[in-house]
Design a protein around this ligand. Structure first.
Ligand SMILES: NC(=O)c1ccc[n+]([C@@H]2O[C@H](COP(=O)([O-])OP(=O)(O)OC[C@H]3O[C@@H](n4cnc5c(N)ncnc54)[C@H](OP(=O)(O)O)[C@@H]3O)[C@@H](O)[C@H]2O)c1
Length: 249
């Protein structure tokens, strides 16, 4: 039997990049995957769903903004009605708006924190009651190496990702007695649309700081997320798993 057979998994930001790979991997492991994105990503998310179905899996696309509690609550209510429990939540949706701190605009700070940090908290909160009732759940938060070591030009992004560690550990302590595990993954430099526009010189510098000498792939992150989502990691909670080619240790 596949490790996630019979389980429902909500993956936020699943229209592209790392979220797309996570959705494909969890579906391949047997989960019914709910692919979230904003309304602008629906076409791409539908294409991911078509790939999942072509592999023999199943799921659905659910567009909502993770930064809106009204949208999150309405979407999760509808999902719980149609699917019963959601067993796995992957808080992957994220944005990066890089700027020198001195020039950072209020809205850049707000958008980044509201999507990356508040968004994860809102999705987790919306699902907590049903997971507690079911006494089962795995929540995985996509943080970043930048949340562990900081990065010039990414103060808001780095703060949002560091905040996810506090959220992860607090929820892990609060929910452990109900058999809900909460963990984070901290990817390093991963080849997606988020990193594609980095100037060549910045990329070269970054690669020099990675002992393995290369970028990671979304597939490599997805394998770690699958492990944390599955019973294979049943005694692991409150932890951060780094997937960074040795960039930070
Ligand atoms: N790439 C890296 O090197 C790297 C490294 C460490 C950590 N991470 C983290 O890994 C996660 C995925 O990164 P990525 O590189 O795959 O990013 P990406 O290619 O830019 O994709 C971002 C995803 O998030 C969704 N999204 C953005 N705002 C949203 C919102 N308000 N509500 C719902 N969905 C929203 C996007 O949906 P739309 O298509 O609708 O816009 C898209 O599906 C992020 O949390 C990122 O911070 C990435």
């Amino acid at each position: 039997m596949k490790v996630l057979q019979g389980k429902n998994a909500l993956v936020t930001g699943a229209s592209r990049g790392i979220g797309r790979e996570i959705a494909l991997r969890l579906a391949n492991a047997g989960a019914y995957v709910i692919l979230n994105c904003t309304t602008r990503g629906v076409e791409k998310a539908e294409a991911v769903l078509a790939e999942i179905r072509a592999q023999g899996g199943d799921g659905e696309v659910k567009a909502f903004s993770v930064s809106s509690s009204a949208e999150v609550d309405a979407a999760v209510d509808a999902l719980l009605k149609s699917r019963g429990n959601i067993h796995v939540l992957v808080n992957n949706a994220g944005i990066a708006k890089d700027s020198l701190f001195m020039r950072m605009k209020d809205e850049e700070w707000d958008d980044t924190i509201n999507t990356n940090l508040k968004g994860a908290a809102l999705c987790a909160r919306a699902l907590t009651r049903s997971m507690m009732k079911a006494r089962e759940g795995s929540i995985i938060n996509l943080s970043s190496v930048v949340g562990q070591m900081g990065n010039a030009g990414q103060a808001a992004y780095s703060a949002s990702k560091a905040g996810l560690f506090g959220l992860t550990m607090s929820l892990a302590k609060e929910l452990a007695s109900r058999n809900i595990r909460v963990n984070a993954v901290a990817p390093g430099f991963i080849d997606t649309e988020m990193t594609v526009d980095l100037p060549a010189t910045a990329k070269e510098e970054m690669l020099k700081s990675i002992p393995m000498g290369r970028m990671g792939s979304g597939k490599e992150v997805a394998e770690a997320v699958l492990w944390l989502a599955s019973p294979a990691s049943s005694y692991v909670t409150g932890q951060t798993l780094a997937i960074n080619g040795g960039m930070y240790m």
